[in-house]
Ligand binder design. Sequence first.
Ligand code: NAD
Length: 496
Amino acid sequence: MAELYKSYIDGRWVEARSGRTFENHNPADRRDLIGLFPASGAEDVDEAVRAAKKAFAKWRLVPAPKRGEILYRAGEILRRRKEEIARLMTREMGKILKETRGDVQEGIDTAYYTAGEGRRLFGETTPSELPDKFAMSVRVPIGVCGLITPWNFPMAIPTWKLFPALLCGDTVVLKPAEDTPHTAVLLFEILEEAGLPPGVANLVHGAGEQAGAALVRHPDVRLLSFTGSTAVGREIAALCGQNLKRVSLEMGGKNAQIVMDDADLKLALEGAVWGAFGTTGQRCTATSRLILHRGIKKEFTEMVVARAEKIRIGDGLDESTEMGPLINEAAREKVHGYAQIGKQEGARLLTGGSIYEEGKWINGYFYRPTVFDEVAPAMRIAQEEIFGPFLSIIEVKSFEEAVEVLNNTRYGLSSSIYTRDVNRAFRALRDIEAGITYVNGATIGAEVHLPFGGVKETGNGHREAGTTVYDIFSEWKSIYIDYSGKLQKAQIDNIE
Ligand code: NAD
Protein backbone atom coordinates (compact mmCIF):
# COMPACT_ATOMS: atom_id res chain seq x y z
CA MET A 1 0.00 0.00 0.00
CA ALA A 2 1.36 3.40 -0.98
CA GLU A 3 1.66 5.88 1.86
CA LEU A 4 -0.97 8.63 1.85
CA TYR A 5 0.47 12.05 2.68
CA LYS A 6 -1.65 15.06 3.56
CA SER A 7 -1.97 18.81 3.33
CA TYR A 8 -1.54 20.90 6.49
CA ILE A 9 -4.36 23.33 7.18
CA ASP A 10 -5.00 25.17 10.44
CA GLY A 11 -2.59 22.91 12.31
CA ARG A 12 -4.17 19.65 11.09
CA TRP A 13 -3.04 17.11 8.48
CA VAL A 14 -5.94 16.74 6.05
CA GLU A 15 -6.90 15.08 2.78
CA ALA A 16 -8.39 16.97 -0.16
CA ARG A 17 -12.13 17.57 0.36
CA SER A 18 -12.73 15.69 -2.88
CA GLY A 19 -10.67 12.74 -1.61
CA ARG A 20 -8.67 12.82 -4.86
CA THR A 21 -4.94 12.11 -4.84
CA PHE A 22 -1.96 12.12 -7.20
CA GLU A 23 1.09 9.89 -7.32
CA ASN A 24 4.68 10.96 -6.80
CA HIS A 25 7.46 8.79 -8.26
CA ASN A 26 11.25 8.64 -8.05
CA PRO A 27 12.68 10.10 -11.30
CA ALA A 28 15.67 7.73 -11.14
CA ASP A 29 13.27 4.76 -11.13
CA ARG A 30 9.65 5.44 -11.98
CA ARG A 31 8.58 2.10 -10.45
CA ASP A 32 9.46 3.51 -7.03
CA LEU A 33 6.24 5.16 -5.75
CA ILE A 34 7.02 7.70 -3.02
CA GLY A 35 3.41 8.16 -2.04
CA LEU A 36 -0.02 9.61 -2.74
CA PHE A 37 -0.71 13.29 -2.13
CA PRO A 38 -3.96 15.29 -1.99
CA ALA A 39 -5.05 16.70 -5.37
CA SER A 40 -6.50 19.83 -3.80
CA GLY A 41 -8.90 22.23 -5.43
CA ALA A 42 -10.38 25.67 -4.82
CA GLU A 43 -12.34 24.57 -1.72
CA ASP A 44 -9.18 23.30 0.00
CA VAL A 45 -7.34 26.49 -0.87
CA ASP A 46 -10.22 28.52 0.49
CA GLU A 47 -10.10 26.63 3.77
CA ALA A 48 -6.35 27.23 4.04
CA VAL A 49 -6.69 30.94 3.26
CA ARG A 50 -9.45 31.30 5.84
CA ALA A 51 -7.23 29.61 8.46
CA ALA A 52 -4.34 31.92 7.54
CA LYS A 53 -6.58 34.99 7.73
CA LYS A 54 -7.84 34.01 11.17
CA ALA A 55 -4.30 33.29 12.43
CA PHE A 56 -3.03 36.62 11.12
CA ALA A 57 -4.99 38.52 13.76
CA LYS A 58 -2.78 37.04 16.51
CA TRP A 59 0.46 36.30 14.65
CA ARG A 60 0.97 39.92 13.57
CA LEU A 61 1.05 40.88 17.27
CA VAL A 62 3.75 38.36 18.25
CA PRO A 63 7.01 40.33 18.65
CA ALA A 64 9.35 39.78 15.70
CA PRO A 65 12.20 38.44 17.92
CA LYS A 66 9.78 35.78 19.22
CA ARG A 67 8.74 34.88 15.68
CA GLY A 68 12.45 34.64 14.90
CA GLU A 69 13.01 32.21 17.78
CA ILE A 70 10.52 29.76 16.25
CA LEU A 71 12.38 29.99 12.94
CA TYR A 72 15.67 29.43 14.75
CA ARG A 73 14.22 26.25 16.24
CA ALA A 74 13.10 25.21 12.75
CA GLY A 75 16.73 25.70 11.64
CA GLU A 76 17.93 23.49 14.50
CA ILE A 77 15.52 20.71 13.54
CA LEU A 78 16.51 21.01 9.88
CA ARG A 79 20.14 20.62 10.97
CA ARG A 80 19.29 17.56 13.02
CA ARG A 81 17.35 15.97 10.14
CA LYS A 82 19.65 17.19 7.34
CA GLU A 83 20.94 13.82 6.16
CA GLU A 84 17.54 12.11 6.32
CA ILE A 85 15.85 14.94 4.39
CA ALA A 86 18.66 15.06 1.81
CA ARG A 87 18.16 11.36 1.08
CA LEU A 88 14.40 11.67 0.80
CA MET A 89 14.82 14.69 -1.48
CA THR A 90 17.22 12.85 -3.79
CA ARG A 91 14.72 10.03 -4.03
CA GLU A 92 11.96 12.52 -4.79
CA MET A 93 13.63 14.77 -7.37
CA GLY A 94 16.84 13.07 -8.46
CA LYS A 95 19.72 15.47 -7.84
CA ILE A 96 22.79 13.96 -6.20
CA LEU A 97 23.16 13.77 -2.42
CA LYS A 98 25.88 16.42 -2.27
CA GLU A 99 23.41 18.84 -3.83
CA THR A 100 20.37 17.87 -1.77
CA ARG A 101 22.50 18.30 1.36
CA GLY A 102 23.30 21.76 0.02
CA ASP A 103 19.59 22.39 -0.55
CA VAL A 104 18.78 21.57 3.09
CA GLN A 105 21.78 23.64 4.21
CA GLU A 106 20.30 26.61 2.35
CA GLY A 107 17.16 26.17 4.44
CA ILE A 108 19.25 26.06 7.63
CA ASP A 109 21.20 29.18 6.62
CA THR A 110 17.94 30.97 5.79
CA ALA A 111 16.43 29.99 9.16
CA TYR A 112 19.38 31.35 11.12
CA TYR A 113 19.71 34.48 9.01
CA THR A 114 15.99 35.20 9.27
CA ALA A 115 15.91 34.50 13.02
CA GLY A 116 18.64 37.11 13.51
CA GLU A 117 16.65 39.58 11.45
CA GLY A 118 13.89 39.29 14.08
CA ARG A 119 16.03 41.51 16.32
CA ARG A 120 16.65 44.03 13.54
CA LEU A 121 13.87 44.46 11.02
CA PHE A 122 14.98 48.07 11.09
CA GLY A 123 12.91 51.06 10.19
CA GLU A 124 14.22 54.63 10.13
CA THR A 125 13.95 57.63 12.36
CA THR A 126 14.50 61.01 10.78
CA PRO A 127 14.03 64.64 11.90
CA SER A 128 10.69 66.26 11.19
CA GLU A 129 10.69 69.56 9.30
CA LEU A 130 8.48 70.95 12.09
CA PRO A 131 9.40 71.62 15.74
CA ASP A 132 8.20 69.32 18.52
CA LYS A 133 7.38 66.57 16.07
CA PHE A 134 8.85 63.09 15.75
CA ALA A 135 9.05 61.05 12.52
CA MET A 136 9.86 57.43 11.81
CA SER A 137 9.07 54.56 9.46
CA VAL A 138 8.39 50.95 10.43
CA ARG A 139 7.68 47.70 8.62
CA VAL A 140 4.22 46.23 9.05
CA PRO A 141 2.95 42.83 7.86
CA ILE A 142 0.83 42.51 4.75
CA GLY A 143 -1.59 39.71 5.63
CA VAL A 144 -2.10 36.36 3.92
CA CYS A 145 0.64 35.51 1.40
CA GLY A 146 0.30 32.85 -1.31
CA LEU A 147 3.59 31.07 -2.07
CA ILE A 148 4.03 28.95 -5.20
CA THR A 149 7.29 27.07 -5.68
CA PRO A 150 9.09 24.86 -8.24
CA TRP A 151 10.61 21.40 -7.75
CA ASN A 152 14.30 22.05 -8.39
CA PHE A 153 15.07 23.42 -4.88
CA PRO A 154 12.25 21.81 -2.91
CA MET A 155 13.55 22.87 0.50
CA ALA A 156 15.58 26.01 -0.19
CA ILE A 157 13.01 27.93 -2.25
CA PRO A 158 10.04 27.39 0.10
CA THR A 159 12.19 28.52 3.06
CA TRP A 160 13.37 31.59 1.09
CA LYS A 161 9.75 32.70 0.98
CA LEU A 162 8.20 31.19 4.10
CA PHE A 163 10.72 32.24 6.72
CA PRO A 164 10.91 35.97 5.83
CA ALA A 165 7.11 36.13 5.38
CA LEU A 166 6.57 34.60 8.83
CA LEU A 167 9.20 36.82 10.40
CA CYS A 168 7.44 39.90 9.03
CA GLY A 169 4.20 38.78 10.72
CA ASP A 170 2.44 37.52 7.61
CA THR A 171 0.62 34.21 7.48
CA VAL A 172 1.00 31.94 4.46
CA VAL A 173 -0.39 29.25 2.22
CA LEU A 174 2.27 27.27 0.32
CA LYS A 175 1.47 25.37 -2.88
CA PRO A 176 4.59 23.34 -3.66
CA ALA A 177 5.39 21.77 -7.04
CA GLU A 178 3.57 18.53 -7.91
CA ASP A 179 6.93 16.77 -8.37
CA THR A 180 8.20 17.50 -4.85
CA PRO A 181 5.29 17.43 -2.37
CA HIS A 182 7.12 15.14 0.05
CA THR A 183 9.89 17.61 0.84
CA ALA A 184 7.18 20.18 1.60
CA VAL A 185 5.56 17.75 4.04
CA LEU A 186 8.91 17.39 5.82
CA LEU A 187 9.26 21.17 6.07
CA PHE A 188 5.81 21.51 7.63
CA GLU A 189 6.50 18.70 10.10
CA ILE A 190 9.48 20.78 11.17
CA LEU A 191 7.46 24.01 11.51
CA GLU A 192 4.92 22.13 13.60
CA GLU A 193 7.65 20.73 15.87
CA ALA A 194 9.27 24.17 16.14
CA GLY A 195 6.04 25.46 17.71
CA LEU A 196 4.42 27.49 14.94
CA PRO A 197 0.80 28.18 15.98
CA PRO A 198 -2.01 26.58 13.90
CA GLY A 199 -3.06 28.46 10.78
CA VAL A 200 0.10 30.59 10.55
CA ALA A 201 1.60 28.43 7.80
CA ASN A 202 -0.60 26.16 5.67
CA LEU A 203 0.37 23.64 3.03
CA VAL A 204 -1.92 22.75 0.12
CA HIS A 205 -0.76 20.16 -2.41
CA GLY A 206 -2.09 19.93 -5.93
CA ALA A 207 -1.77 20.89 -9.56
CA GLY A 208 -0.76 24.38 -10.63
CA GLU A 209 -3.86 24.90 -12.76
CA GLN A 210 -6.15 23.94 -9.85
CA ALA A 211 -4.69 24.59 -6.39
CA GLY A 212 -2.12 27.12 -7.68
CA ALA A 213 -4.60 29.10 -9.75
CA ALA A 214 -7.14 29.13 -6.88
CA LEU A 215 -4.49 30.62 -4.59
CA VAL A 216 -3.64 33.33 -7.12
CA ARG A 217 -7.30 34.26 -7.54
CA HIS A 218 -8.34 34.15 -3.90
CA PRO A 219 -9.50 37.64 -2.86
CA ASP A 220 -8.04 37.34 0.66
CA VAL A 221 -4.52 36.59 -0.58
CA ARG A 222 -2.82 39.99 -0.52
CA LEU A 223 0.55 38.96 -1.92
CA LEU A 224 1.66 36.28 -4.31
CA SER A 225 5.28 35.11 -4.35
CA PHE A 226 6.08 32.82 -7.26
CA THR A 227 9.18 30.98 -8.45
CA GLY A 228 8.90 29.00 -11.66
CA SER A 229 8.75 29.38 -15.41
CA THR A 230 8.36 32.73 -17.14
CA ALA A 231 5.23 31.53 -18.96
CA VAL A 232 3.36 30.76 -15.72
CA GLY A 233 4.79 33.82 -13.96
CA ARG A 234 3.47 36.05 -16.72
CA GLU A 235 -0.07 34.68 -16.26
CA ILE A 236 0.14 35.11 -12.50
CA ALA A 237 1.41 38.68 -12.88
CA ALA A 238 -1.52 39.55 -15.16
CA LEU A 239 -4.07 38.16 -12.70
CA CYS A 240 -2.43 39.87 -9.75
CA GLY A 241 -2.25 43.11 -11.73
CA GLN A 242 -5.98 43.05 -12.37
CA ASN A 243 -6.65 42.56 -8.67
CA LEU A 244 -3.93 44.97 -7.48
CA LYS A 245 -2.15 42.29 -5.49
CA ARG A 246 1.51 42.58 -4.72
CA VAL A 247 3.39 39.95 -6.72
CA SER A 248 7.03 38.93 -6.68
CA LEU A 249 8.31 36.71 -9.47
CA GLU A 250 11.50 34.67 -9.85
CA MET A 251 11.51 33.04 -13.28
CA GLY A 252 13.59 31.55 -16.06
CA GLY A 253 17.19 32.09 -17.09
CA LYS A 254 19.56 31.60 -20.01
CA ASN A 255 22.77 32.10 -18.14
CA ALA A 256 26.19 32.35 -19.73
CA GLN A 257 29.79 31.91 -18.74
CA ILE A 258 32.40 33.93 -20.63
CA VAL A 259 35.93 32.53 -20.85
CA MET A 260 38.51 35.06 -22.04
CA ASP A 261 41.86 34.21 -23.61
CA ASP A 262 43.74 35.11 -20.39
CA ALA A 263 41.62 32.88 -18.14
CA ASP A 264 42.86 30.05 -15.93
CA LEU A 265 41.38 27.32 -18.12
CA LYS A 266 41.43 24.57 -15.50
CA LEU A 267 39.47 26.77 -13.14
CA ALA A 268 37.07 27.83 -15.89
CA LEU A 269 36.52 24.18 -16.79
CA GLU A 270 35.51 23.30 -13.24
CA GLY A 271 33.09 26.23 -13.28
CA ALA A 272 31.59 25.34 -16.66
CA VAL A 273 31.04 21.67 -15.80
CA TRP A 274 29.55 22.45 -12.38
CA GLY A 275 27.42 25.27 -13.84
CA ALA A 276 26.11 23.30 -16.81
CA PHE A 277 25.68 19.79 -15.47
CA GLY A 278 25.14 20.32 -11.72
CA THR A 279 21.51 19.47 -10.81
CA THR A 280 21.41 17.95 -14.33
CA GLY A 281 21.26 21.52 -15.65
CA GLN A 282 17.95 22.09 -13.89
CA ARG A 283 18.84 25.24 -11.98
CA CYS A 284 17.46 28.65 -12.79
CA THR A 285 21.10 29.78 -12.62
CA ALA A 286 22.53 26.88 -14.69
CA THR A 287 25.16 27.70 -17.31
CA SER A 288 23.49 27.09 -20.61
CA ARG A 289 25.71 29.16 -22.91
CA LEU A 290 29.48 29.09 -22.97
CA ILE A 291 30.92 32.20 -24.64
CA LEU A 292 34.50 31.48 -25.59
CA HIS A 293 37.18 33.86 -26.84
CA ARG A 294 38.55 32.49 -30.09
CA GLY A 295 42.09 32.41 -28.63
CA ILE A 296 41.16 29.53 -26.28
CA LYS A 297 38.05 28.23 -28.01
CA LYS A 298 39.47 25.06 -29.54
CA GLU A 299 41.47 23.97 -26.50
CA PHE A 300 38.70 24.78 -24.01
CA THR A 301 35.99 23.09 -26.07
CA GLU A 302 38.03 19.88 -26.14
CA MET A 303 38.50 20.09 -22.38
CA VAL A 304 34.74 20.54 -21.82
CA VAL A 305 33.77 17.65 -24.09
CA ALA A 306 36.32 15.30 -22.54
CA ARG A 307 35.05 16.14 -19.06
CA ALA A 308 31.35 15.93 -20.05
CA GLU A 309 31.89 12.44 -21.44
CA LYS A 310 33.36 11.28 -18.13
CA ILE A 311 30.45 12.41 -15.97
CA ARG A 312 29.10 9.46 -14.02
CA ILE A 313 25.34 9.30 -14.57
CA GLY A 314 23.07 7.38 -12.20
CA ASP A 315 21.03 7.34 -9.03
CA GLY A 316 21.84 10.39 -6.92
CA LEU A 317 21.72 8.25 -3.78
CA ASP A 318 24.95 6.56 -4.88
CA GLU A 319 27.77 8.77 -3.54
CA SER A 320 29.88 8.18 -6.67
CA THR A 321 27.20 9.53 -9.03
CA GLU A 322 27.93 12.96 -10.50
CA MET A 323 24.66 13.59 -12.35
CA GLY A 324 21.17 12.28 -11.65
CA PRO A 325 18.08 12.09 -13.88
CA LEU A 326 15.83 14.82 -15.24
CA ILE A 327 12.69 15.44 -13.21
CA ASN A 328 10.15 13.66 -15.45
CA GLU A 329 9.41 12.37 -18.92
CA ALA A 330 8.11 15.73 -20.19
CA ALA A 331 11.38 17.38 -19.15
CA ARG A 332 13.39 14.71 -20.96
CA GLU A 333 11.30 15.07 -24.10
CA LYS A 334 11.83 18.82 -23.98
CA VAL A 335 15.61 18.48 -23.67
CA HIS A 336 15.73 15.87 -26.42
CA GLY A 337 13.56 18.10 -28.60
CA TYR A 338 16.13 20.90 -28.25
CA ALA A 339 18.88 18.51 -29.37
CA GLN A 340 16.92 18.01 -32.62
CA ILE A 341 16.33 21.76 -32.93
CA GLY A 342 20.06 22.40 -32.47
CA LYS A 343 20.91 20.06 -35.33
CA GLN A 344 18.21 21.54 -37.56
CA GLU A 345 19.51 25.03 -36.85
CA GLY A 346 22.96 24.01 -38.09
CA ALA A 347 24.82 23.82 -34.79
CA ARG A 348 27.32 20.97 -34.40
CA LEU A 349 26.63 18.28 -31.80
CA LEU A 350 29.91 17.42 -30.07
CA THR A 351 28.66 14.99 -27.47
CA GLY A 352 25.41 13.71 -25.91
CA GLY A 353 22.13 14.59 -27.57
CA SER A 354 20.63 11.26 -26.58
CA ILE A 355 18.66 9.51 -23.88
CA TYR A 356 20.72 7.50 -21.40
CA GLU A 357 19.07 4.13 -20.89
CA GLU A 358 21.96 1.88 -20.11
CA GLY A 359 21.57 -1.11 -17.83
CA LYS A 360 19.42 -0.55 -14.80
CA TRP A 361 18.80 3.09 -15.74
CA ILE A 362 16.08 2.16 -18.20
CA ASN A 363 13.38 3.13 -15.70
CA GLY A 364 14.69 6.64 -15.00
CA TYR A 365 14.64 9.92 -16.93
CA PHE A 366 18.36 10.09 -17.65
CA TYR A 367 19.95 12.14 -20.43
CA ARG A 368 23.54 12.43 -21.58
CA PRO A 369 25.49 15.66 -20.99
CA THR A 370 25.09 17.48 -24.28
CA VAL A 371 27.42 20.01 -25.89
CA PHE A 372 26.73 21.90 -29.12
CA ASP A 373 29.40 23.90 -30.94
CA GLU A 374 29.13 26.54 -33.68
CA VAL A 375 26.05 27.99 -32.05
CA ALA A 376 24.98 31.39 -33.37
CA PRO A 377 23.65 33.87 -30.78
CA ALA A 378 20.21 34.02 -32.42
CA MET A 379 19.61 30.26 -32.54
CA ARG A 380 16.84 28.88 -30.37
CA ILE A 381 19.33 26.76 -28.41
CA ALA A 382 21.12 30.01 -27.53
CA GLN A 383 17.94 31.89 -26.66
CA GLU A 384 15.44 29.55 -24.97
CA GLU A 385 15.60 28.00 -21.51
CA ILE A 386 16.18 24.24 -21.97
CA PHE A 387 16.54 23.23 -18.30
CA GLY A 388 18.71 20.18 -18.82
CA PRO A 389 22.37 19.13 -19.18
CA PHE A 390 22.80 21.12 -22.36
CA LEU A 391 25.58 23.55 -23.24
CA SER A 392 25.70 25.81 -26.30
CA ILE A 393 29.15 27.10 -27.27
CA ILE A 394 29.41 30.49 -28.96
CA GLU A 395 32.73 31.84 -30.25
CA VAL A 396 33.58 35.55 -29.94
CA LYS A 397 36.49 37.71 -31.10
CA SER A 398 36.66 40.25 -28.27
CA PHE A 399 35.57 41.11 -24.75
CA GLU A 400 33.03 43.61 -26.10
CA GLU A 401 31.48 40.99 -28.33
CA ALA A 402 31.37 38.51 -25.43
CA VAL A 403 29.35 40.92 -23.29
CA GLU A 404 27.09 41.79 -26.22
CA VAL A 405 26.36 38.09 -26.84
CA LEU A 406 25.82 37.45 -23.13
CA ASN A 407 23.29 40.29 -22.97
CA ASN A 408 21.50 39.15 -26.12
CA THR A 409 18.72 37.25 -24.35
CA ARG A 410 15.34 38.04 -22.86
CA TYR A 411 16.46 36.71 -19.48
CA GLY A 412 18.93 38.15 -16.98
CA LEU A 413 19.51 36.01 -13.92
CA SER A 414 23.09 34.82 -13.51
CA SER A 415 26.34 35.34 -15.41
CA SER A 416 30.03 34.70 -15.09
CA ILE A 417 33.36 35.76 -16.56
CA TYR A 418 36.72 34.05 -16.27
CA THR A 419 39.60 36.46 -16.79
CA ARG A 420 42.76 37.49 -14.96
CA ASP A 421 42.49 41.09 -16.16
CA VAL A 422 41.03 43.15 -13.31
CA ASN A 423 40.05 46.04 -15.59
CA ARG A 424 38.08 43.70 -17.79
CA ALA A 425 36.43 42.09 -14.77
CA PHE A 426 35.18 45.46 -13.54
CA ARG A 427 33.93 46.43 -17.00
CA ALA A 428 32.03 43.14 -17.11
CA LEU A 429 30.50 43.82 -13.68
CA ARG A 430 29.35 47.18 -15.00
CA ASP A 431 28.07 46.11 -18.42
CA ILE A 432 26.54 42.66 -17.97
CA GLU A 433 22.75 42.79 -17.70
CA ALA A 434 21.98 40.25 -14.96
CA GLY A 435 20.93 40.13 -11.33
CA ILE A 436 24.06 38.14 -10.42
CA THR A 437 27.58 38.21 -11.86
CA TYR A 438 30.46 36.01 -10.77
CA VAL A 439 34.11 36.70 -11.54
CA ASN A 440 36.17 33.50 -11.79
CA GLY A 441 33.27 31.47 -10.40
CA ALA A 442 30.45 29.37 -11.89
CA THR A 443 27.01 30.87 -12.58
CA ILE A 444 25.62 28.88 -9.64
CA GLY A 445 26.32 29.31 -5.95
CA ALA A 446 24.25 32.16 -4.51
CA GLU A 447 24.46 32.81 -0.76
CA VAL A 448 21.34 33.49 1.27
CA HIS A 449 22.36 36.85 2.73
CA LEU A 450 22.73 38.58 -0.64
CA PRO A 451 19.84 39.70 -2.86
CA PHE A 452 18.76 37.05 -5.35
CA GLY A 453 16.84 37.64 -8.56
CA GLY A 454 17.14 38.71 -12.15
CA VAL A 455 16.47 41.47 -14.64
CA LYS A 456 14.41 41.52 -17.86
CA GLU A 457 12.02 38.55 -18.15
CA THR A 458 13.59 36.71 -15.22
CA GLY A 459 11.84 38.84 -12.63
CA ASN A 460 9.68 41.83 -11.88
CA GLY A 461 12.10 43.92 -9.89
CA HIS A 462 11.98 42.21 -6.51
CA ARG A 463 14.89 40.44 -4.86
CA GLU A 464 14.56 37.46 -2.55
CA ALA A 465 17.14 36.64 0.16
CA GLY A 466 19.40 39.32 1.62
CA THR A 467 17.74 42.23 3.37
CA THR A 468 15.76 43.00 0.22
CA VAL A 469 13.35 40.10 0.78
CA TYR A 470 11.77 42.09 3.63
CA ASP A 471 10.67 44.68 1.08
CA ILE A 472 8.60 41.92 -0.53
CA PHE A 473 6.93 40.65 2.62
CA SER A 474 6.24 43.87 4.53
CA GLU A 475 4.66 47.25 3.95
CA TRP A 476 6.26 50.51 5.01
CA LYS A 477 4.29 52.68 7.39
CA SER A 478 5.38 56.28 8.06
CA ILE A 479 4.56 57.62 11.51
CA TYR A 480 4.42 61.25 12.73
CA ILE A 481 3.99 62.15 16.39
CA ASP A 482 3.26 65.80 17.10
CA TYR A 483 4.01 66.86 20.70
CA SER A 484 3.68 70.62 20.10
CA GLY A 485 0.08 70.71 21.31
CA LYS A 486 -1.10 72.61 18.23
CA LEU A 487 -1.93 71.92 14.57
CA GLN A 488 1.28 72.19 12.55
CA LYS A 489 0.99 72.14 8.78
CA ALA A 490 3.86 70.57 6.81
CA GLN A 491 5.06 72.60 3.78
CA ILE A 492 3.07 75.60 5.05
CA ASP A 493 3.88 76.55 8.67
CA ASN A 494 7.65 76.26 8.38
CA ILE A 495 8.04 78.31 5.18
CA GLU A 496 9.01 82.00 5.73
P1 NAD B 1 6.42 25.87 -13.44
O1 NAD B 1 6.22 27.30 -13.81
O2 NAD B 1 5.89 24.84 -14.34
O3 NAD B 1 5.79 25.56 -12.00
C1 NAD B 1 6.13 26.32 -10.86
C2 NAD B 1 4.99 26.25 -9.86
O4 NAD B 1 3.86 26.93 -10.41
C3 NAD B 1 4.52 24.83 -9.52
O5 NAD B 1 4.20 24.76 -8.16
C4 NAD B 1 3.27 24.68 -10.37
O6 NAD B 1 2.34 23.78 -9.85
C5 NAD B 1 2.71 26.10 -10.32
N1 NAD B 1 1.80 26.45 -11.43
C6 NAD B 1 1.80 25.95 -12.69
N2 NAD B 1 0.79 26.51 -13.40
C7 NAD B 1 0.15 27.37 -12.58
C8 NAD B 1 -0.94 28.26 -12.72
N3 NAD B 1 -1.60 28.37 -13.87
N4 NAD B 1 -1.32 29.01 -11.66
C9 NAD B 1 -0.66 28.93 -10.49
N5 NAD B 1 0.39 28.11 -10.28
C10 NAD B 1 0.80 27.35 -11.31
O7 NAD B 1 8.00 25.70 -13.21
P2 NAD B 1 8.80 24.38 -12.80
O8 NAD B 1 8.89 23.49 -13.98
O9 NAD B 1 8.29 23.83 -11.52
O10 NAD B 1 10.24 25.01 -12.49
C11 NAD B 1 11.17 25.29 -13.48
C12 NAD B 1 11.20 26.76 -13.80
O11 NAD B 1 11.41 27.50 -12.60
C13 NAD B 1 12.32 27.15 -14.72
O12 NAD B 1 11.84 28.07 -15.65
C14 NAD B 1 13.33 27.81 -13.78
O13 NAD B 1 14.21 28.72 -14.39
C15 NAD B 1 12.43 28.46 -12.81
N6 NAD B 1 13.13 28.74 -11.56
C16 NAD B 1 13.46 30.03 -11.29
C17 NAD B 1 14.15 30.33 -10.14
C18 NAD B 1 14.53 31.75 -9.82
O14 NAD B 1 14.82 32.03 -8.67
N7 NAD B 1 14.55 32.66 -10.78
C19 NAD B 1 14.50 29.31 -9.25
C20 NAD B 1 14.14 28.00 -9.57
C21 NAD B 1 13.45 27.73 -10.72
